[in-house]
Design a protein around this ligand. Structure first.
Ligand SMILES: [Zn+2]
Length: 394
């Protein structure tokens, strides 16, 4: 195997919540000229996950990145990463493009994930945890974590239907009380959830004054999901955020979240382990969800400077770290901090990767490359103003 960067070919997931038609971001990023306008374009996966590995272009043709890594783990991953994470690429990088809300979900921690996989491999095919970082490419609307108690008291005043249903009043631990009650009712008394949703829908639809962000979201989402879907009520309990261009949010295990709308660069541990709470026709595991909730932990938010330059999203995970480069024309970057396997994605502009032996490769916007651990002393030169993301192992 030649020690050089490898251009990647990445699978696309056409989940129903993806953007489509003129709004579709992924075909635009990939510079596709002929693509299905009616299909939703939700996710682009860059990595070696068994469900949908990327392929790398070699002189012998395209090979799955999994097989490529398997064939020479020391060269591709490096002994440092193998010692830490075994012979698997520890992270998965994605581009997400959402036109409507994703399911409300949380992810188990490592021990919980191993246990779930042992007990229920059908629903938890993966024994790994899934800490994740989402970086907004434009404006990202998202629900992350629970609202604090002051805000929840305000919500109970404005949405008395929620107070009647949960019997949550002014008590301490209000967020936990409301969340647990709703999740429990979803299984024990779905008819009560449905009745509350119906009443609230009726009241909000006839409301003459303008609706709050959550109320409008509820009205929109309630058209698509059945009234007994508790996710419709969780919309009021989760904290709404708008992340601006390149702001990031790290979501630790046990924190409920749902992306609402926007284009995102995402990086996570190499896993697809999801416990769903609502807004999905898929399997909802409410007992497990309550077991894995962590009410004490807050999502971590990153605000890179607006100026040109580099920024590192130093997340509290051992599997990945993400670098952002906003370069100007002619700039050369030596990437000293990058050690081990990396995946680089050019979102805007064009760069040349240089490596020892006067070798070079042009990488255009929409292209991604896999950089094996054995490749050292490489740098990138920007042809124009560029936006580049690189994921590697810290
Ligand atoms: Zn998630």
């Amino acid at each position: 195997m030649e020690i050089r960067p490898y251009l990647m070919e990445n699978p696309v997931m056409h989940y129903a919540w993806g953007t489509r038609g003129k709004e579709a971001f992924i075909p635009r990023l990939l510079n596709l000229s002929n693509w299905d306008q009616s299909e939703p374009w939700a996710e682009l996966w860059m990595g070696a996950h068994p469900k949908a590995p990327s392929h790398v272009k070699t002189s012998q043709g395209e090979i799955s990145l999994r097989d490529f890594i398997d064939a020479q783990p020391e060269v591709t991953l490096g002994t440092r990463v193998i010692k830490l994470h075994g012979k698997e690429l520890p992270f998965l990088m994605k581009v997400l493009s959402a036109s409507e809300i994703l399911s409300i979900q949380a992810h188990p921690n490592k021990q919980q994930a191993e246990l779930l996989h042992r007990q229920d491999p059908k629903h938890y095919p993966d024994a790994n945890h899934k800490p994740e970082l989402a970086i907004a490419l434009d404006n990202l609307n998202a629900l992350v974590g629970l609202k604090d108690e002051t805000d929840l008291r305000e919500i109970l005043k404005r949405i008395p239907e929620l107070e009647t249903l949960t019997k949550a009043h002014n008590n301490n631990g209000l967020s936990k009380k409301i969340f647990e009650t709703l999740i429990t009712l979803a299984t024990s008394s779905p008819e009560k959830v449905a009745a509350t949703v119906k009443k609230l829908k009726h009241r909000l639809e006839s409301k003459s004054v303008s609706l709050s962000f959550e109320e409008q979201l509820f009205i929109d989402v309630a058209q698509k999901y059945p009234e007994h879907d508790v996710g419709l009520l969780l919309l009021f309990v989760l904290e709404a955020h708008i992340f601006k261009s390149h702001e990031g949010v790290f979501i630790p295990a046990g924190v409920p979240h749902a992306y609402i709308r926007g284009n995102i660069i995402e990086c996570m541990a190499n896993s697809d382990n999801v416990v769903r709470a609502g807004l999905t026709p898929k399997f909802k595991d409410t007992k497990t969800l309550l077991d894995i909730m962590d009410y004490s932990i807050k999502p971590q938010i990153y605000n890179p400077p607006k100026t040109k330059g580099t920024f590192t999203y130093k997340v509290p995970a051992t599997e990945f770290i993400v670098h952002l480069w906003k370069t100007t024309r002619g700039e050369v970057l030596q990437l000293k901090e990058v050690d081990g396997p990396a995946i680089l994605l050019v979102v805007e502009g064009q760069i040349t990767i240089h490596w020892p032996g006067s070798n070079q490769m042009i990488v255009r916007s929409g292209n991604s490359v896999f950089i094996p651990a054995a490749l050292k002393d490489w740098n990138i030169a920007a042809h124009s103003d560029c936006l580049v993301f690189l994921s590697s192992v810290p």
